[in-house]
Write a protein that binds this ligand. Structure first.
Ligand code: IPM
Ligand code: MN
Length: 350
């Protein structure tokens, strides 16, 4: 049995509560896992002045995967926390693909009236290291009326090519349609390049139909006709926004999982829910752990444990269908009650 080295990085707020449940579920699978608990985040920042320990690069590089909670707390500015942890890890390890499935599970109420699980099964591939999140810009004349803030998007052919190619590959395994979201009518450089690269890469995938849409229209279409969407590829910011809409459609932020990957590289991938640290409900034991447990499913697939991943996904599906569920998805259960139910399902299926 291969031993998997997994770092548990709960971060802030409800991240701590939901990662604990995901670990419980993974442990119940009986795999050989060497866990490393990393107490990084805003509390660590307030004590040490950095979000992560100085040796964070070596520490994470030694892992096969990272299971993350969330990042951000009202006592530290958000751009400090995210550029000190989430975005720093994505950038440093060049984790260029952010894969976010959005599937409505039976038993979970969607925010879209009249829709059923048959209508909602999408997968988003978000460019994860450049675009609007490149971190290029600056501020001058600070505090003066003439103050300027400049935020530059960076799009590279290589960066678009790799993420679009990955999305085409996924589309080929699914319904053979790839929806690409840009705003190449108004922004005439980066997104026009994006469209051209989609056409170029598409030539290598002649069996996949390209569905090119403007992001504003796509946002509406996700709500009016989600069944028309399967694999969607988008730039960093558009992917960020669209996947919050997708999360709502699949039942809420508590249901939405993600994988931050660098396919083909040895960089440590990380897996996290799409939701944030939710300070309003943190510490109350009521956050929905499913998004993070589902992220652990993506992690197990990535670690080459497809059978364990399938077992865990089946347990999630059973709990969503039969309960217990947390308040955000129509139930009354607490976080650990849901985690315990997932573990009980796993034991029953062993
Ligand atoms: C996400 C989050 C992050 C993002 C934040 C925390 C920087 O919203 O993973 O979707 O915008 O990428
Ligand atoms: Mn987001």
């Amino acid at each position: 049995m291969t031993t998997h080295r997994i770092a548990q990085l709960p971060g802030d707020g409800v991240g701590k509560e939901v990662v604990a449940e995901a670990r419980k579920a993974v442990d119940a699978l009986g795999l050989a896992i060497e866990w490393t608990h990393l107490p990084w985040g805003s509390d660590y920042y307030l004590e040490h002045g950095t979000m992560m320990a100085d040796d964070w690069v070596e520490t994470l590089r030694a892992q096969d995967a990272v299971l993350m909670g969330s990042c951000g707390w009202p006592t530290v500015p958000d751009h400090v926390t995210v550029w000190g942890m989430t975005l720093k890890i994505r950038q440093t390890f060049d984790l260029w693909a952010n894969v976010r499935p959005a599937r409505l599970l039976p038993g979970i109420p969607t925010k879209l009236a009249g829709r059923t699980p048959a209508d909602i099964d999408m997968i988003f591939v978000r460019e994860n290291t450049e675009g609007e999140y490149a971190g290029v810009g600056g501020r001058v004349h600070q505090g003066h009326p003439s103050e300027i803030g400049i935020e530059t998007s960076v799009f590279t052919r290589a960066g678009i090519d790799r993420v679009v190619r990955y999305a085409f590959g996924l589309a080929q395994q699914r319904k053979r349609v790839l929806t690409s979201a840009t705003k190449s009518n108004a922004s005439r450089f980066g997104y026009v390049l994006w469209d051209e690269v989609v056409e170029d890469v598409g030539a290598d995938f002649p069996d996949v139909r390209i569905d090119r849409v403007l992001v504003d229209a796509l946002a509406a279409r996700m709500v009016t006709n989600p069944g028309s969407l399967d694999v969607v590829v988008a730039s960093n910011l558009f992917g960020d926004i669209l996947t919050d809409i997708a999360a709502a459609i699949q039942g809420g932020m508590g249901m939405s999982a993600s994988a931050n990957l660098a396919p083909g590289s040895s960089a440590p991938p990380f897996f996290e829910s799409v939701h944030g640290s939710a300070p309003d409900i943190a510490g109350k034991g009521i956050a929905n752990p499913i998004a993070t447990i589902w992220s652990a499913v993506l992690m197990l697939e990535h670690l080459g444990e497809p059978a364990a991943a399938a077992r865990l996904m089946a347990a999630i599906e059973a709990v969503c269908l039969h309960g217990p569920r947390t308040g955000d998805v129509g139930g009354t259960a607490g976080t650990s009650e849901v985690g315990d139910a997932v573990v009980a399902r796993l034991r029953a299926s062993a």
